[in-house]
Design a protein around this ligand. Structure first.
Ligand SMILES: [Zn+2]
Length: 918
């Protein structure tokens, strides 16, 4: 058997993916069972500009684990990949390229610019699809979609037209979030709000025909040039007599009224507020209520307009602010300026301060759509969020407070709005220009210049990717999808909108479940971000530790936030090496063996192997049937089935962490540390024999099952090893894949057979393992040389336990190098013995006379005791120090306390041993 000594992950990663992909194993068509259940995931489409980051790697790992698991279980699986055209991000990317050439998009014109973006996509977009192949993501590339594909664009136009015809899309003049840098409108969700230190300016406005002044407080004095009223609360005694009065607006020659509105917060500032309907969303609403004029004083470049007055026109908004304050001061109308922290809105992408502007945009009314989504939740509990708390609440609360969605964007890259304007001002919304001409009865039309918000097309993703509006076989088979895996920050932007659109156009939810992953933070607990440069590149981690080890680390993140810890990946790299070495041992001893699942069935006659109940002699292997399964075989079969049952259960319940832990401990502890050790004698026997063949076959069959269980998490190493196993082939595949070439990814996932869970065998093996572990502890604790054989005295009042020990005597003595094992109902041991308590009330002693030098050993133990004592003294001093206890993190304090307790326990153990050595 030719198998390299060292595992090289890169080697395995290089070979298998391409073979899987070209053989069509990722496509649902590989499944030939007409009655197979269906499992579908649509990928959250990464931006075409994007490259793989940890968030993707985490989501992809979880989706791939589920997809591979379902595929091996016989489901017709589709994991559909694709990319988003990412309107603003992509346009900015190409703008930057043009800038290097000394050009901008206007030099090219719309058509050439859009051509340029497509060329950029062809040349440098979609890096992520290459990286996803490295990840091992078993997506069906034959169904890859792009939100700007012709089919998907057709779905976008269809939805737009239908919603327009239903009166749910309208064009209107409204106040919107405007980014003066990107020159586009932004939805509320594309705006970051954060507190910022600033100033609150108290401005005085003279009341006409009186010497009174009304003071208003504002953070944006420059907007006063656009004020059209002062508002007070009708219940505010201080201003009651001023309601209806006229105020002279300083720096302008305009008069404005004092109005009363319940909205005014009497506690804020002076209780009187300036109202600028054109430049503040709340003032805008109040302006509508009181039919106030809208005076636009700031333009789309954040410069003052001519309506701001000649002195201000053309000034930047911040320059204008200084000038306004200066002039108020000169007029003696600046009452005071105080420091003030307030929330400021910035463009999520370029961080420019948002300017609220009144502008003509397209909007989507959300009330009916929102009700459809709320109904799905209240009547069918769809989608089911994992975890349910807090996400279901967050989702429904948000829906309940949903406002209209601004869907137009002043960009060139995206789905151009399917609305045309005739010379007479008529608006025609249509699926195509031809349809628009037919509707208008003229070809003299101009199409709306704006494009749709990127999220408009992503909202249709679960059905537009499957062929909608055509009722395709794919749409019938794969909608709704089974689960959506995503991050919590796009529950509103994306998840809720998909639900609303799915409910509206497909009549049902787009997915059954929504799994919200945790966030991977940097080692300091900070969010990874491009600007902070604290991100960990998953590809670098793949290169260093292998894809499989990285996937295992990511799979167990689950729904909680974690700090990135490379040590964890390293430990799973070690696990991969452990798997490799264990498999290598099995393969090097596989002559005459073959994977054969019949070895995993324990027949009734094998359930009661003969037992020797008298004291057995070392080297006597009596008690084990010549070829039949011995106790450790029954035990590993039981452990294997129990593991399979609980891993399947954990995967169905989205408990990925638990699945990983269960597999890890089964493979490392049960299989490697114990089963291989226990069978070593038999499988490495020099002489070929039926017994050796059977032991080897059984070992390799257990290994094969373990590899299948691990495959969804660690696709590469499991395939690499599985392909080398003797006896695997087409018969190993799930029946749904009968025609495929042998590959572990289509092998049947072990379901686990509860009838093969043998609690008695597990109890017995556990007792033996316990005994062996205790003796090994004593050997290392007492510094007994590895070559020395020890005498073992066991006292067990329980007869059943004595029988277990007796029948395992040969194994025990081999694994602990015993010269003699004496088992009786009561322990009688010389004083100078190392002792331990065993399960089931049994006791163990290892006489030390002749094994070690007592004097020397006592001295060594005393030195250890002293060392521990001085450590404990230091730690206790730390705890006495109140500033440490107050300032150190709670975990650190708890750590110190635990360590002190450990030392105390260890010290008393040492004392006992020292006394025994007298
Ligand atoms: Zn911006």
């Amino acid at each position: 058997m030719d198998i390299p000594k060292q595992y090289d992950p890169k080697q395995a990663e290089l070979h298998h993916y391409e073979r899987w992909e070209t053989a069509g194993y990722f496509a649902p068509e590989i499944n030939k069972d007409p009655n197979a259940p269906v499992f579908t995931i649509v990928i959250p489409p990464p931006n075409v500009t994007g490259s793989l980051h940890m968030g993707h790697a985490l989501q992809h790992t979880i989706m791939d684990v589920m997809t591979r698991h379902k595929r091996m279980t016989g489901y017709r699986t589709l994991w559909l990949p694709g990319m988003d055209h990412a309107g603003i991000s992509t346009q900015l990317m190409v703008n930057r390229e043009l800038k290097k050439e000394g050009k901008n998009r206007h030099d090219l014109g719309r058509e050439k610019f859009v051509e340029r973006v497509w060329k950029w996509k062809a040349d440098s977009g979609g890096q992520i699809t290459v990286q996803m192949r490295r990840e091992g993501a078993s997506v069906d590339w034959s169904r890859e979609r792009f939100t700007m594909d012709e089919d998907l664009s057709r779905a976008v136009r269809e939805v737009f037209v239908r919603l327009y015809e239903d009166g749910m899309i309208y064009r209107g003049n409204r106040i919107v979030n405007w980014c003066p840098q990107d020159q586009t409108v932004l939805s509320d969700l594309e705006v970051d709000k954060a507190p910022q230190a600033g100033k609150l300016f108290y401005l005085q406005y003279p009341v006409k025909g009186s010497d009174r002044r009304i003071t208003v407080a504002t953070t944006r004095p420059e907007t006063m040039l656009g004020d059209t009223a002062i508002a007070v609360n009708p219940n505010d005694e201080r201003f009651r007599d001023l309601v209806g009065a006229i105020v002279e607006l300083p720096l302008t020659n305009r008069d404005i009224p004092v109005i009363a509105d319940e909205y005014v917060d009497m506690e804020f500032g002076t209780g009187a507020v300036k109202i600028t309907p054109a430049h503040d969303p709340n003032d805008y609403e109040m302006g509508l209520r009181h039919k106030l004029p809208e005076v636009v004083v700031i333009d789309q470049f954040a410069k003052m307009t001519k309506d701001a007055g000649d002195r201000f026109a053309g000034l930047d908004r911040y320059k204008a602010r200084e000038k306004v304050v200066e002039e108020f001061e000169q007029l003696g109308l600046l009452e005071k300026v105080v420091d003030y922290e307030f929330s400021i809105s910035r463009c999520e992408r370029c961080k420019t301060v948002i300017e609220p502007l009144i502008s003509t945009q397209w909007f989507m009314r959300m009330d009916q759509l929102r009700d459809l989504a709320l109904e799905l939740m209240s009547e069918k509990h769809k989608p089911a969020f994992v975890p349910e708390v807090p996400y279901e609440r967050i989702y429904t609360n948000w829906l309940e407070n949903l406002r209209d969605w601004t869907i137009s964007r002043q960009l060139w890259w995206g789905h151009q709005i399917p609305a045309w304007y005739a010379k007479n001002g008529e608006v025609i919304v249509a699926r195509s220009e031809a349809e628009a001409r037919a509707k208008a009865g003229t070809s003299d039309l101009t199409q709306d210049q704006d494009v749709l918000d990127t999220w408009f097309s992503s909202a249709l993703w679960p059905f537009s990717t499957l062929g909608w509006p055509n009722i395709t076989p794919d749409l019938k088979t794969f909608y709704p999808s089974s689960v959506l895996v995503t991050a919590r920050d796009i529950i509103f932007l994306w998840v809720s909108r998909m639900v609303m659109m799915g409910a509206k156009f497909m009549g049902r939810e787009p997915f059954d479940d929504v799994f919200i992953t945790g966030t991977i933070l940097d080692s300091q607990g900070q969010r990874m971000s491009k600007t902070k440069m604290n991100g960990v590149d998953p590809v670098e981690v793949f290169d260093k530790y292998g894809v499989d080890a990285t996937r295992l680390t990511l799979a167990q993140v689950g729904t909680t936030d974690i700090r990135w810890n490379e040590k964890q990946v390293e430990s799973y790299r070690n696990f991969a090496n452990k798997i490799w070495n264990a498999a290598r041992f099995c393969l090097l001893n596989s002559d005459g063996a073959s994977v054969d699942p019949s070895f995993l069935v324990v027949g009734p006659q094998a359930l009661t192997p003969a037992r020797v109940t008298t004291q057995a002699q070392v080297g006597n292997t009596a008690g084990e049937d010549a070829c039949g399964p011995s106790i450790h075989d029954r035990w590993i079969i039981s452990r294997l089935n129990k593991t399979a049952v609980s891993v399947n259960q954990a995967l169905v319940e989205y408990q990925f962490h638990e699945a990983v832990q269960t597999l890890y401990h089964f493979f490392w502890d049960d299989f490697c540390d114990w089963y291989i050790e226990l069978t070593k004698n038999d499988v490495t026997a020099e002489e070929a024999s039926e017994q050796r063949d059977m032991a080897r076959s059984r070992l390799i069959t257990v290994l094969e099952q373990a590899l299948r269980l691990l495959h969804p998490f660690m696709p590469y190493i499991t395939e690499e090893l599985w392909q080398r196993l003797p006896g695997v082939g087409k018969q190993s595949l799930h029946p749904a894949y009968a025609d495929a070439e042998p590959t572990i990814m289509l092998a049947a996932y072990p379901a686990g057979d509860t009838s093969l869970i043998d609690e008695e065998a597990e109890w017995e093996m556990q007792a033996t393992i316990d005994l062996i572990s205790r003796v090994r502890n004593i050997r290392s604790e007492m510094n007994i040389k590895p070559g020395e054989r020890v005498r073992i005295l066991v006292g067990a009042p329980d007869e059943r336990l004595r029988n277990v020990y007796n029948s395992a005597v040969a194994q025990i003595s081999r694994l602990v190098r015993a010269s003699e094992i004496s088992i009786s109902d009561r322990l009688e041991a010389p004083r100078a013995s190392a002792r331990a308590v065993l399960v089931g009330g049994a006791e163990l002693a290892v006489p030390l006379e002749g094994l070690i030098d007592f004097d020397q050993e006592r001295q060594r133990l005393r030195r250890e005791q002293e060392k521990l004592q001085s450590e404990a003294t230091k730690l206790e001093a730390q705890l006495q120090n109140s500033s440490f206890v107050e300032r150190a993190p709670a975990e650190r304090v708890a750590e110190v306390r635990n360590r002190i307790a450990d030392i105390a326990q260890r010290t008393s153990q040492l004392q006992q041993t020292i006394e025994n050595l007298q």
